[in-house]
Design a binder for this molecule. Structure first.
Ligand SMILES: NC(=O)c1ccc[n+]([C@@H]2O[C@H](COP(=O)([O-])OP(=O)(O)OC[C@H]3O[C@@H](n4cnc5c(N)ncnc54)[C@H](OP(=O)(O)O)[C@@H]3O)[C@@H](O)[C@H]2O)c1
Length: 283
């Protein structure tokens, strides 16, 4: 334990990537953003991983535009699946381990209880299929972290969008038939760090605790900001006009079973980091 000296983070300009770089700030951490390292470029990845010579590569870089992926599957697979192959190859050549971040969208959402790490995957969207493709590139010593509904200080996300629109008094119609676990970047990054430092291989579901819908979450955001939650109205996914190109699972809560059964303390209930984030955004 504690043998991690140098860490390379891909997608370091992203919402999670930035939090992961901060979580390792007492170590020798090299964060490369999309411009500095395109994971779809094999030569560039092998060169970068060889030059940095990390013990661990935290691979957060991905094409995360779920609807965009639907209309450009080649790009989705080039970045999310093939890109992960390159990262894993680079890591093998230098003796590093990979921590890959994947998604609840690898599941079809037909379950009636939260998904455990050993449940069968069946993605509905191109994005989900391409991220699952990335999962299949990992080696047994690597770590696969599946997470969901990521929010945080950096980048665009649901909490920020709702807050902005509510403050502008815009009408808000939010889907109330998709269930999942909101997860906050600082908490997730801290657990990624722990899994890396403790050298825990295998699949881990890592989310904040608590299952909700986008509609309920939106109302909580608006209420926590001191605004009127009644301005948020529910809408069914099937009623969205225009419909969104990529199908989403209707229920994609992740049971953090591997952490729970392994005796690792789970992340906080999502209301704790949500309140913290809203205070920060309103300050
Ligand atoms: N957001 C969620 O709700 C969610 C849920 C489950 C899992 N995840 C996973 O969590 C990870 C981090 O996502 P995030 O929420 O932090 O999204 P994000 O803010 O979009 O971060 C992803 C980063 O990857 C970069 N990127 C895109 N194409 C790349 C390429 N070819 N090579 C290198 N970097 C590239 C993006 O840069 P540009 O923006 O400059 O292209 C972006 O900075 C991803 O693996 C994602 O699949 C996210």
């Amino acid at each position: 334990m504690g043998s991690v000296k140098r860490v390379l983070v891909t997608g370091a300009g992203g919402a999670l990537g930035r939090a992961v770089v901060s979580a390792f700030d007492d170590k020798d951490v090299v964060g490369l953003d999309h411009v500095q390292l395109d994971v779809a470029d094999r030569d560039a990845v092998l060169q970068a991983v060889g030059a940095v010579a990390p013990d661990v590569v935290v691979h957060t870089g991905a094409w995360t535009d779920v609807d965009g992926c639907e209309s450009d599957p080649d790009r989705a697979f080039r970045v999310n699946a093939l890109g992960t192959r390159h990262v894993v190859e680079g890591a093998r050549l230098t003796g590093a381990r990979v921590v890959y971040v994947s998604t609840d969208y690898v599941f079809d959402g037909l379950a009636s209880r939260p998904y455990v790490e050993w449940d069968v995957t069946n993605p509905l969207s191109v994005y989900g299929r391409s991220k699952l493709g990335g999962e299949h590139e990992l080696h047994p010593a690597d770590t696969l972290v599946r997470t969901s509904w990521v929010c945080g200080r950096h980048g665009r996300n649901f909490v920020k969008t709702i807050l902005t629109r509510a403050r502008e008094g815009q009408p808000l119609r939010v889907v109330d038939d998709q269930h999942g676990c909101p997860t906050f970047t600082d908490d997730l990054a801290a657990m990624i760090r722990r899994l890396a430092v403790e050298r825990r291989p295998g699949v881990y579901h890592v989310t904040n605790q608590g299952v909700t819908t986008w509609f309920q979450l939106a109302r909580e955001v608006v209420a926590m900001a001191g605004l009127d939650p009644e301005q948020v109205l529910p809408v069914a996914t099937a009623e969205l006009d225009p419909p969104r190109p990529a199908p989403r699972p209707r229920f994609s809560a992740l049971d953090n079973a591997a952490l729970r059964l392994g005796g690792v303390a789970l992340l906080d209930d999502y209301h704790v980091p949500l309140e913290r984030l809203i205070k920060e955004l309103l300050a």
